[in-house]
Ligand binder design. Structure first.
Ligand SMILES: [Zn+2]
Length: 422
């Protein structure tokens, strides 16, 4: 292609400095469509890390019809309608955030998922109890169906979800309608993973662990095999051990490293019930949030065996504006600082939550035929100070910084191809 044509078809990528360049005939390229047998989008030259296939090397990724069709070195450039040169960057499967709040019009703390892409590089969000039985349908029709981000949900055991925040949604136990939550799980197996409950004194008032009991009953009564409970802790009522004993294998303990009180580590020791929960297959989730991640809990907990299964952000209107800024790449970076490898933190934000969501065997991977959900990140090597939610600081050397997020082959924030297919 001559220099003049290249100039015409090139458009700049805004916040990121990665040019997109069209390479096939102008009419096809202008639509973002490839010639037969070619690629709609080709991402070249990045270090591709995909723990689901033990991949860590410089590769190109060829995308057609929203799916990954080729992943190998030196794919042909001239067959691509659009190219992103990602040399020097890291590519991971689109990040999967198991605990987020993405119901902006219905939950008092929710954020619009798609707008978060420049900060989170996340392509899949799980709305963690934003909706309860009474307002789940609006989440499904008006939020999930219209988002470019892929979205799943836990339905709250409280029928009002988080609409009443900051008033505790479980102060009145009558909101914990077991049959209603069970029905939402049963009727929406494509997107609802189970039942959310928040076990914090401020939230449950006099009701102790009854909300958790009801959440568990709802998951069981739903009749959906594998329906999970996601239980939030942080200044939980009563004996934390008794609470943890109620979690079944496959249930999710979120805010596992909270320092808000009644913590998983007490007097320097990981409580036995937390270790036993981990051993029987309860999923240990980070859920950083605005008040739920404490280095002085995480360090001894991890050292004594409470290793996280998943790293999630608990991003919401309040946490996102808090000093510890829990965008998912920041939370991943904090786990690099805690000594986890880059491959481990990527596994905990891609294929592991993908397997837990269990709705698509190709979620959280870059295998051929997977939806082309891709995160492009910069691994910046320079001294940085990471803050937890309780004012503790830790020095780090690496920061993961979002560069570009691609959902089903369409880069976020770019002019749409015509017709816009997703
Ligand atoms: Zn949350």
């Amino acid at each position: 292609m001559d220099h003049k044509r290249r100039k015409l078809l090139q458009y700049s990528i805004g916040v990121a400095s990665l040019p997109i360049i069209g390479a096939v005939g102008p009419s096809l390229a202008q639509q973002g469509l490839s010639a037969p047998g070619g690629y709609d989008l080709l991402v070249t030259g990045a270090r591709v890390i995909d723990p689901s296939q033990n991949l860590d090397s410089i590769m190109d990724i060829g995308i057609r019809n929203g799916r990954i069709v080729d992943i190998q070195k030196d794919l042909p450039r001239d067959k691509a309608a659009q190219q992103i040169n990602a040399s020097g960057k890291i590519i991971t499967p689109g990040l999967v955030d198991l605990h987020a709040h993405t119901y902006p019009q219905g939950s008092a703390i929710g954020l619009p998922a798609d707008e978060l892409a420049p900060f989170t590089a996340t392509t899949t969000y799980v709305s963690a109890g934003d909706a309860g039985g009474n307002n789940f349908s609006a989440f499904k029709h008006f939020i999930q169906a219209q988002a470019r981000s892929r979205m799943f949900a836990f339905v709250h055991i409280s029928s009002i979800g988080l609409a009443g925040y900051p008033i505790g949604e479980m102060k009145n136990i009558d909101y914990a309608n077991i049959d209603l939550a069970a029905r939402v799980v049963n009727e929406n197996p494509d997107i609802v993973l189970g039942v959310k409950v928040r076990e914090t004194l401020d939230v449950v008032g006099e009701n102790g662990i009854e909300p958790l009991r009801r959440a568990r009953m709802a998951a069981e009564r739903s009749g959906v095999k594998g329906a999970r409970v996601m239980c939030h802790i942080g200044n939980a009522p009563g004996d934390l051990g008794a609470l943890l004993d109620l979690l079944r294998p496959g249930d999710i303990l979120t805010h596992a490293y909270s320092g808000a009180g009644n913590n998983t580590v007490q007097n320097g020791k990981l409580i036995l019930a937390a270790l036993e929960a981990k051993k029987r297959g309860v999923i240990i989730d980070v859920g950083h949030g605005g008040g739920s991640f404490d280095f002085t809990i995480a360090e001894p907990a991890i050292q004594q065996g409470l290793i996280p299964d998943t790293i999630s952000s608990d991003i919401h209107a309040f946490s996102g504006n808090s000093p510890s800024v829990p965008y998912l790449p920041n939370v991943m970076s904090k786990f690099l600082t805690l000594g986890f490898s880059l491959n481990e933190v990527i596994a905990m934000t891609t294929n592991r939550p993908g397997v837990i969501i269990n709705r698509d065997p190709l979620l959280g991977t870059l295998k051929k035929n997977a939806a082309a959900d891709i995160s492009i990140l910069d691994l910046v090597e320079k001294p940085v100070e990471w803050l937890d939610t309780r004012g503790n600081k830790r020095p780090g050397m690496y920061s993961l910084v979002p560069v570009q997020t691609i959902r089903a082959g369409r880069p976020f924030g770019r002019p749409y191809v015509s017709p816009f297919g997703y």
